[in-house]
Ligand binder design. Structure first.
Ligand code: PGA
Length: 254
């Protein structure tokens, strides 16, 4: 049985004051919920604040990106070992906003995934198709290619220390969620792609769904056989909403 994981992706939101308020509401709510892993992925400058606020709480934290390089003349970049120094367990890799706005190709995402693993971080590796690709019947081909870049670079066994997030681009921040059946179909496909190379790892890897998940639709998504939790954007900025999503995951865990 796979334990569920709910990870918040704060994106470029927050302030010291609003983060503090969010965490202060979130921690007591999450302490009532057992049987699910929770994490928040914050902008880099706030990782020290999260380290202080979340240490010992059972809620993990992480970054939203990581450099593919270890150190050196890479102005503006942040390495995996730096993230580890601030207690990060996770980093998101290959988010569609990185891919479309900041030039992260399949190749770069695969390099970042490898760099994260090398420093002991757990990458949350994102895949997903655009609306145009879905309508052209290319969903499986697109996510397979995104996954293949990582499999070529790091092998299937690496997913013993990684998480996958399926995030259809058309569902991110749009209020349009994939139906549970649509999401389940892609999750099962991703798991089968991994199983072709390593059945044991495929069975164990957590595959999260992301894209307009909220308290109102979380339970039906998390009830699907291959949906092992969620990557939550907008709704993770609201403590009550995020806690309710974690609670839905806990309810679906059995
Ligand atoms: P959303 O974002 O929940 O706001 O749709 C999800 C994500 O981009 O990770």
């Amino acid at each position: 049985m796979r334990i569920k994981l709910v990870a918040g992706n704060w994106k470029m939101n927050g302030s010291r004051a609003s983060n503090q308020a969010l965490v202060e509401t979130l921690l007591p709510a999450l302490s009532q919920i057992a049987g699910v892993k929770c994490a928040v992925c914050a902008p880099y400058p706030y990782l020290a604040q999260l380290q202080q606020a979340l240490s010992g709480s059972g809620v993990a934290w992480g970054a939203q990106d990581v450099s593919q390089f270890e150190s050196g003349a890479y102005t503006g970049e942040v390495s995996g070992s730096m993230l580890v120094e601030f207690g990060c367990r996770y980093t998101i890799v290959g988010h569609s906003e990185r891919r479309t706005l900041f030039g992260d190709t399949n190749q770069i995402a695969a390099e970042k995934y490898a760099a994260a693993l090398k420093t002991g971080l757990t990458p949350i590796f994102c895949v997903g198709e655009t609306l145009q690709e879905r309508e052209a019947g290319k969903t499986e081909a697109v996510v397979a290619a995104q996954l293949a870049a990582v499999l070529d670079r790091s092998r299937a066994q690496s997913f013993a220390q990684a998480v996958i997030a399926y995030e259809p681009v058309w569902a991110i921040g749009t209020g349009k969620t994939a139906t549970p059946a649509e999401a389940q179909a892609v999750h099962a496909f991703l798991r089968s792609q991994l199983a072709d190379q390593d059945a044991t790892v495929a069975e164990k890897v957590q595959i999260l769904y992301g894209g307009s998940v909220k308290a109102a639709n979380a339970a039906e998504l998390f009830a699907m056989a291959d949906i092992d939790g969620g990557l939550i954007g907008g709704a993770s900025l609201d403590a009550t909403e995020f806690a309710a999503i974690c609670s839905a995951a806990a309810g679906a865990a059995g």
